[in-house]
Design a protein around this ligand. Structure first.
Ligand code: ADP
Ligand code: MG
Length: 358
């Protein structure tokens, strides 16, 4: 069991700088999920932690031990990739036992470790099969089982479920959560799946272009994003943004507006009247209806998903598009005129640098 300490971790490939100084403390047993756009350095960071890539600058500690120069096999880490990388000619049992045999483990102990992992992952009946006789989900379980038998202090997962179909992903997601509860190991997990991030993580780390944008509990990040990037990255459909300006400046309260509409926002920031801001509101915090004081809008598209509907509207007299979450039983027509209101307290305001004003 071990926590990790990342201090000023940088990674370059030749002239290409990929990680620009990552500082992060991870507690023993924590489930950390890394999210961020494709190419932002998630895989590079995991590969640096497990030792497949050399760190260009900074310090990496696993437990109390500085591991910058420790080879991968001695770091107490197991990594599970998106491609399962099983040996095709070996049985499931041998695939799982392979790492232990290499490490010179005794036969009995190897067998016990494989049988235990197979039980945890419900793959006991598959142990004699070859990888080609397995479904995608079963192969992924074998890859995870191979990691478990090594009893690592830290598990690294790089998009382990991306190759599975939707229903299997849900099942494996729940099993991973159970596995974490059972093993109590530290887990670092990369995904681009928002639901995996929100449901599995103790804390989410949002990466952007090789830098950390924000670290926090899933709902903390969702409801209190520090900046425009995090606000726009988490949530689907994403947060609505529109340009506004400060109508009444102040210390505890701002009034911001678009068109003729104004909204009051609690804040500790003082912004001058006239300051240009970006206003953000999530689809579920906006309601449509003929509310007095609402902002006039026109419906221009409707999506019924069954459990929920998304209504795309534009603010009258502008081309500002917004998406609103609506109950599925409400009828909407294209071209319909209505008004929107934003739930008090759920308006986000970002300054010219994209920092949240709170
Ligand atoms: P992510 O996993 O977030 O999609 P990666 O960590 O795979 O992103 O890649 C981050 C950046 O580093 C990309 O621009 C990628 O092209 C670059 N990169 C990754 N590996 C290498 C390498 N071995 N040599 C050069 N550039 C690399
Ligand atoms: Mg990647």
């Amino acid at each position: 069991m071990a926590g990790l300490q990342l201090t000023g971790i940088k990674k370059s490939f030749g002239d290409v700088k990929v990680l620009h100084g990552i500082d992060l403390d991870i507690a023993d047993g924590e489930f950390i999920v890394f999210v961020g756009p494709s190419g932002c350095g998630k895989s590079t960071l995991l590969r640096a932690i497990c030792g497949l890539e050399e760190i260009t600058a900074g310090e990496l500690k696993i437990g109390a031990r500085l591991v910058n120069d420790i080879p991968p096999a001695q770091r107490g880490i197991a990594m599970v990739f998106q491609s399962y990388a099983l040996y095709p000619h070996m049985s499931v049992f041998d695939n799982m036992a392979f790492g232990l045999k290499l490490a010179g483990d005794e036969k009995g102990a190897t067998r016990n470790a494989v049988m235990h992992a197979a039980k945890v992952l419900h793959i006991e009946p598959l142990l004699e099969r070859k990888p080609k006789e397995l479904s995608g989900g079963q192969r992924q379980r074998v890859a995870i089982g191979r990691a478990i038998v090594r009893k690592p202090d830290v598990f690294l997962f790089d998009e382990p479920l991306s190759n599975l179909d939707a229903s299997l992903r849900v099942q494996m997601r729940i099993e991973l959560a159970n596995l974490h509860r059972e093993l109590r190991a530290t887990m670092l997990y990369v995904t681009h799946d928002q639901i995996e991030a929100m449901t599995l993580a103790d804390r989410i780390v949002v990466l952007n272009a090789g830098r950390i944008e924000q670290v926090g509990k899933p709902l903390e990040l969702y409801h209190r994003p520090d900046n425009l990037f995090v606000a726009g990255f988490l949530g689907s459909p994403r947060m609505n943004f529109f340009k506004g300006s400060v109508r009444v400046g102040g210390h505890n309260n701002l009034t911001v507006g678009i068109g003729d509409a104004t909204f009051d926002v609690d804040t500790t920031r003082t912004l001058a009247v006239g300051t240009e801001v970006t206003i953000g509101a999530r689809p579920e915090h906006i309601t449509l209806g003929d509310n007095p004081g609402g902002v006039p809008v026109e419906v221009h598209a409707v999506e019924h998903l069954g459990d929920v509907s998304y209504i795309y509207v534009t603010v009258a007299g502008s081309d500002v598009p917004l998406v609103v979450r609506s109950a599925p039983d409400r009828e909407w027509e294209i071209g319909q005129k209505t008004a929107l209101t934003i739930a008090p307290g759920w308006l986000h305001v970002f300054d010219e640098d994209g920092r949240a004003c709170r």
